[in-house]
Design a protein around this ligand. Structure first.
Ligand code: AMP
Length: 208
């Protein structure tokens, strides 16, 4: 099954895509994770992407499309995949349509208010890649999984969050209509409890 997880930043795309990827044994392809890993490795692509990411802007389409095209050549993508954070523009969606066949686009619906609360309290672990929210942490500076020091993503700082949201509404939200017209869209509430949302996702995808 070839899936796209669509939704604003902080909708839970990464969390749910990761769980579903394990359940279905297909890779989660997160363009955000790929860019962050390129940045950690200080590649030209990573360094080029950094200024856009830090400002909450989108990395240019050509860079993203090339990166995804390469990624789909890997053997693990043969049985299916879950795109998380891609496509994010009409140009990316159109390019994707030319080299992949998407089965379902799952749209996670979350209000701006909930997104701002989630992202501003999000902390990540640079050591084990875990993502947490300060509400559920005993010590908001320490990773509960591996004990490393947690950090706040630069693009989760308040003014960048607002920009990411407006970029989403302007450039990515129109894809809901695009995929609706292709008959591929299934929308699910992304605001409730994580487990309930995941169950709703499985139902929407007809997975028992
Ligand atoms: P994410 O982790 O998905 O929220 O992505 C973090 C940042 O990486 C975004 O704010 C963008 O700057 C960049 N990015 C990730 N995916 C894309 C994409 N499909 N198109 C353009 N920029 C992207």
């Amino acid at each position: 099954m070839n899936l796209i997880f669509l939704g604003p930043p902080g909708a839970g795309k990464g969390t749910h895509a990761s769980k579903l990827s394990q359940q279905l044994s297909i890779p989660q392809i997160s363009t955000g994770d790929m860019l962050r890993s390129a940045l950690r490795e200080q590649t030209t692509l990573g360094l080029e992407a950094k200024k856009f990411m830090d400002a909450g802007e989108l990395v240019p389409d050509g860079v993203i499309i090339g990166m995804v095209k390469e990624r789909l050549k890997a053997p693990d993508a043969r049985k299916g995949y879950i795109f998380d954070g891609f496509p994010r523009t009409a140009a990316q969606a159109e390019a994707l349509g030319a080299f992949a066949k998407i089965d379902v686009v799952l749209n996670l619906m979350v209000s701006d208010e909930v997104i701002i609360r989630r992202l501003s309290g999000r902390r990540v672990c640079p050591a084990c890649n875990g993502t947490f929210h300060i509400t559920f942490l005993k010590d908001e500076k320490v990773c509960p999984t591996c004990g490393a020091a947690l950090i706040q993503r630069k693009d989760d700082e308040p003014e960048t969050i607002l920009n990411r949201l407006s970029v989403y509404r302007r450039q990515t939200e129109p894809l809901i209509n695009y995929y609706q017209q292709q008959g591929l869209l299934r929308s699910v509430d992304g605001e409730g409890f994580v487990d309930d949302n995941y169950t709703a996702i499985l139902t929407a995808l007809d997975i028992k």
